[in-house]
Design a binder for this molecule. Sequence first.
Ligand code: ZN
Length: 334
Amino acid sequence: MLLDPLQSRAQFGHALRHHYAILAVNADSHAAVTDVLEAAREAQAPVIIETSLWQLEGRAYGAGDAVLGLARYLAELAVLANGTRYRGVPVIYHTDHIRGPKTVAILTAALQGVEVRLSVGTGLVRASTVSLDASSLTDDENVALVCRLAEIAAAAGAPATIEMEANVDEGPTPPERTRRLIAPVEARHPGVVWLWAPGLGTRHGLGDGYPDFRVDRIGENVNLVRELTGRAVGLALHGSSGLDAASLSAAARAGVVKVNWSSESLLLRSGAARAYYEERAPQFDPKHPRWKETVMDNGVQSFIAARYVPRVAERMKLLGSGGQGPAFLGTLWR
Ligand SMILES: [Zn+2]
C-alpha cells in the first residue's frame, strides 16, 4: 500500500515508538523496485523506496527528463504497491538528494502529485515524503528552500512531509547547527519536518567502518528536535553501507527510523550481474539451445533477484522492521 504524506508520518511515529528502522532503498530500475517490494513482502516489513536525481533522469524512468521520471516512478509504485500482491506492505516513496537547477520543479511535481488511472479510479498520486540535497547549500539557503517547499505544498492544498538534512558527509552535526536549521523552519511552517538527517559520523559511499559513529548522538538529536518542534521526530541515517551490523541495529533501537541504502545495494546487484555474464558466457552463443532465455532482460534480472532479495530482507530484519508491516497497517485500519 502506497502511503500518503500523512500516513507516512504515522509510519515514522510507529517505528520510533517500537524502536525499529525502515530500510530506504535507492532503486534504479523497474526490476530493482520489484525486488525491493518482494523483500519487504517476505520480511513483512514496511519499506521506503527512494529516488535521487540520477534514477529520475536514468534510462528506466525519465531518460533525461526528471519530472517525467518522477511521474513514471509514481505511476509504477501506485499500480504495484496498491495491487493485490503488495497491498499488505506499507510503501513510502521518497525523493532523496534532489539538487541543481531543477530541484524546485521536481519537488513541486512530487508534492502536487500526478494523475494516475488505477482499477479503483483515477487519482492524484503524490510522493509520500520529500527531501533535497543540502551538500552545496548554506544553512540559510537550506532553510529557505525547505520553507519554499512547504509553501508550494500549502498552495496546492497538499500535506508536506519533509526530511531535512545537514550536510551529513561533514561529520557529526553540532547542536547549534541543528537549532539553526530546524528552528526557523518550525517557526515559519510548523509541522512539516518529520525526519531529521544530521551528520552522525558516517559518509556516503562504501565506507570501511566508521570509528566516529556513536549511537548516543542519535538520542541527543531526537531529544533536541523534540525540544525545537514539540513532537517526536525520528532520524534518517545516510551513508549506512559501510556501517557494521551491530551499529545499525543499535541505531534503529535508539531513534533512527529511516536507513538509506544505496552503495551496498548497487554492489550486490552489479556483482550478481557480473557473475551472470561470467557464469553463463557459453550461452551467449546464438547457436546455444538456451541462448534466447539467457539474453532476455529477464534472464539477468531473475538471476540478480535470486541473490539480491534475500539480502534485502535480511537487512530489513536487522533493523527490527520484520513483521512490522502488518502491525503498522493494523493501527491505520483500526
Ligand atoms: Zn544520502
